[in-house]
Each structure stands twice: as C-alpha cells, then as structure tokens.
Write a protein that binds this ligand. Sequence first.
Ligand SMILES: Nc1ncnc2c1ncn2[C@@H]1O[C@H](COP(=O)(O)OP(=O)(O)OP(=O)(O)O)[C@@H](O)[C@H]1O
Ligand SMILES: [Mg+2]
Length: 242
Amino acid sequence: MSKSLALLEMRGVSKHYLLGESRIDALKGVSGAIMPGEFVAVWGPSGSGKSTFCNLIGLLDTPSSGSVSFKGQDVAGLSDEQRSELRNSSIGFVFQSFNLVPVLSALENVMLPLQIDGTPAREARAAATARLNEVGLGGHLAHRPAKLSGGQQQRVAIARALVGAPALVVADEPTANLDSDNALRVIALMRAISKSEGTAFVFSTHDERLLERVDRRITLCDGVVTDDHAASGVIALRGQSC
Ligand SMILES: Nc1ncnc2c1ncn2[C@@H]1O[C@H](COP(=O)(O)OP(=O)(O)OP(=O)(O)O)[C@@H](O)[C@H]1O
Ligand SMILES: [Mg+2]
C-alpha cells in the first residue's frame, strides 16, 4: 500500500483519557491507511474505541501519541484553525443522533455547511437540492426534521455530510437509532454514493448484519485493531468475545 496514495494514514496512534486519577487507554497503537473511495466499517463492542477512532480520523481530536496524516499532511503540524479548515473542506460527518437543526427545513439543513463557508445562497440551494434528490428526498425539501422518519432524517444528514463534496465521510454509529430495515437502507445508500462518487466512507457499528455490505472491516477490541481485512468472503468475527 503506497502511502502517497492513502487518503488518511495512522501510525502507532494511541489515545488516552484522564478521568481523575485514572487513565483510560481508549486506543493503543493503531496503524493503517484509509484509501480514497474505500467503504469501511469499524466494528467492535461498546467501549472498544470506535468513537475515539472516528474522532481521530475525522480530525475532531488529536492522538496522545503516534501520527495521523491526511492527504499526505501530518495533522500534528497544523494549527487548530488549519485543522478545522482541512476538516471543513475534506470531511463530512454523520452522527448517531442525526444532529439536524430542528427549526430548519431539510433543504436549509443541507445548505447550512455551504452557507457557513460563504457559498452564495443560490448556489448552496442548488447543491443542497441535488444532494437531497440523490438521497431520495427531493419531495421533502421543505419538511422540518420532526416531520421526517428516523431513516429520512439520517438521509438528510448524509446529504448534509456530502454537500461540500468531501473526500471522506466519517459516520459514528449512523444506524444505531434506526430499525433494521432503515439501517440496511442507510448503509446501502452510503455504499452507492461511495461507489458512484469515489468518496471514502468509514462508519462505526456494533451491528454484525451491516458488515456484509462493506469492502473492508476493521475490528477493534479494547483499543486494539484485532482484525483488518477485506470483508468479502467469509466473515470470521472474533470480536464477539473480546
Ligand atoms: N471523553 C472521555 N473521557 C474519558 N473516557 C472516555 C472518553 N471518551 C471515551 N472514553 C473511554 O474510552 C474507551 C473507548 O470509548 P469509545 O467511546 O471510543 O468506545 P466505543 O467503541 O465508541 O463505545 P460505544 O459502542 O459504547 O459507543 C471507553 O472505555 C470509554 O469509557
Ligand atoms: Mg461510540
């Protein structure tokens, strides 16, 4: 795997949190690369470090030791402002709890990241409308989140994550608040977009049923990657007992 081709690379990444007197080692020496256009699941039980992993690859947090490079650039060398610029221009986020603004319509929610970046309203509206069409919600532009189902709200959130044409979308347990049909639908949608546009997606889950849909599965167990390979073929889960 050539490092110059990697979208994101982690080398010996560890992350600990201090809670009073005690230290929690959430990630311990994780290395690996995310390639452009990859569709990757990070799987592991509660407390295994999935959210910590997502926060680090999303450049929302920095490692305690080790390095994270994005598009060949070591993130540690960036100021907070440069890091957020890189994040805003290159990474989209989808959250477990959708995180839509309740008083805004679906269209306004998707326009928001562009407007914050100073994109003119007309252009933002056109891009957001196209994204909502793409996720099958072209008929729900004016709906506020409360008028949408959970699956629809998460599709709005996916449209919002994609509206700035990021190279990477990070989704921390995007299906945790969805029933299983909607969960599968959301993963299928993310996969279709990843394949058609070459956007890398990394999503965390503890739901084994979603792993059949991915190109690659990274298994986390107590902060360590215990398994990392293409998920086609036999899925030999050993994380269950970790
Ligand atoms: N901000 C924090 N302060 C202290 N400890 C934390 C913090 N965030 C996470 N941890 C701890 O780090 C470890 C890994 O947590 P993390 O949230 O990454 O796991 P997870 O796999 O996402 O779990 P879940 O499936 O429950 O969301 C856990 O022991 C957790 O309690
Ligand atoms: Mg988590």
